[in-house]
Design a protein around this ligand. Structure first.
Ligand code: 5RP
Length: 293
C-alpha cells in the first residue's frame, strides 16, 4: 500500500465527514478506509457534537469505544447515515465487500440506513465486479455441501485462512472466497442465487444499496473505463467534481426519509462480546473446520 493510496483513502473518508450533522445516528464501517471516518467522528464527538453510532464489526466497536463515541445496541428506527469502505465498486455503484471479513454486519448496517455512502480510493473502481474474490460467509455446519452448491453456480473457491486454521468471523462463521472466470456477469442474479443457497449466512455483493460514493482519486473525473477518460456511468442524477481537493464523487439524491423518524436507540458503552473463545475471534485462526461443529 503506497502512502499516496493511504492519503486518498483518508481524503475520501474525510469528505464523507461533511455529511455528518449534530444529533445523527451513524453506521460505522470496517476496514482501513472506514477507520479514517470513525477517527473523524471521534474528533467531532470530542469537539462537542452529539453523535451515536452502530459499529459494523467488533474491531470498529472497540475503536469507537476508545474514541468515546456512544454506541447504540439496538434500533427502533433507521440509521441516519452509514459510511463504509468497499473492495470493488462498479459504475452502477454495486459493490463487493467483505475482504476484511465483516460483510454480514456491514450489510445489516447498510440496509438499516437512510443513506449509505461508500468511501474508496480509486484503485477500487472496476468496470465489472469480480476482478478479485467475492467473500461469502457460511455456517461451519456441513460447510462442504454449501461449498459444492456455490461451485455449481460457476465459481471456484477457497476457505479463507485454509481448512486447518480458518478465519472465523465475528459471528462464528467461515468465509469462502469465490472467484468467477471473466468476472461477474449479473450481480443481481448472482446475489439472489447465493442468498438462497442453504448454509450461506451472507455474501459480499452489495447490489443497489449505495446512495453515494466518495472516492479519493488523483484527479477528476472518476474513471471506470480503464483510463480512457470516460465519465462515471451510473445511476447518478448529477455529479460533482471537486478539483481543489483532488476529489471526485458521484452524488445521488438520498432515499426518501424514513417515516420512522423517531429513531431511538439505547446508548451505552456497550461493545459486543464474543460468545466464542478468544481463539475464535475475528481475524484469528480457529480450529480446523471439523472442530467447529
Ligand atoms: C470489510 C470490508 C471493507 O470495507 C473492505 O474490505 C475495504 O477495506 P479497506 O478500506 O481496508 O480497503 O468490506 O469487510
Amino acid at each position: 500500500m503506497t502512502s499516496n493510496q493511504e492519503r486518498l483513502k483518508r481524503a475520501a473518508a474525510e469528505k464523507a465527514l461533511e455529511l455528518v450533522q449534530d444529533g445523527m445516528l451513524l453506521g460505522l464501517g470496517s476496514g482501513s478506509t472506514a477507520r479514517y471516518f470513525t477517527e473523524g467522528v471521534g474528533r467531532l464527538v470530542a469537539s462537542g457534537m452529539k453523535l451515536r453510532c452502530v459499529p459494523s464489526s467488533r474491531a470498529t466497536a472497540e475503536l469507537a469505544a476508545e474514541l468515546g463515541i456512544p454506541i447504540v445496541q439496538e434500533l427502533l428506527g433507521a440509521i441516519d447515515l452509514a459510511v463504509d469502505g468497499a473492495d470493488e465498486v462498479d459504475p452502477n455503484l454495486n459493490l463487493i465487500k467483505g475482504r476484511g471479513g465483516a460483510l454480514f454486519r456491514e450489510k445489516i448496517v447498510a440496509a438499516a440506513s437512510k443513506r449509505f455512502v461508500v468511501v474508496v480510493d480509486e484503485s477500487k473502481l472496476v468496470k465489472h465486479l469480480g476482478v478479485d474474490a467475492l467473500p461469502v460467509e457460511v455456517s461451519p455446519f456441513l460447510w462442504r455441501t454449501t461449498a459444492e452448491r456455490l461451485i455449481a453456480l460457476g465459481s471456484s473457491l477457497t476457505v479463507r485462512g485454509g481448512e486447518e486454521a480458518p478465519f472465523i468471523t465475528d459471528n462464528g462463521n467461515l468465509i469462502l472466497d469465490l472467484t468467477f472466470d471473466g468476472g461477474i456477469d449479473s450481480p443481481v442474479g448472482l446475489a439472489t442465487a447465493i442468498k438462497v443457497t442453504p448454509g450461506v449466512v451472507e455474501h459480499g455483493l452489495f447490489v443497489e444499496m449505495t446512495d453515494t460514493q466518495r472516492a479519493g482519486s488523483k484527479g477528476p473525473p472518476l474513471d471506470f473505463s480503464g483510463g480512457t477518460g470516460g465519465r462515471v456511468r451510473s445511476k447518478a442524477q448529477h455529479w460533482k467534481c471537486c478539483t481543489a481537493a483532488r476529489l471526485s464523487w458521484v452524488q445521488i439524491p438520498t432515499r426518501p426519509p424514513d417515516s420512522a423518524a423517531n429513531t431511538r436507540g439505547h446508548t451505552s458503552g456497550w461493545i459486543p462480546r464474543s460468545p466464542l473463545s478468544p481463539r475464535h475471534r475475528t481475524g484469528q485462526a480457529g480450529h480446523p473446520i471439523s472442530g467447529c461443529w
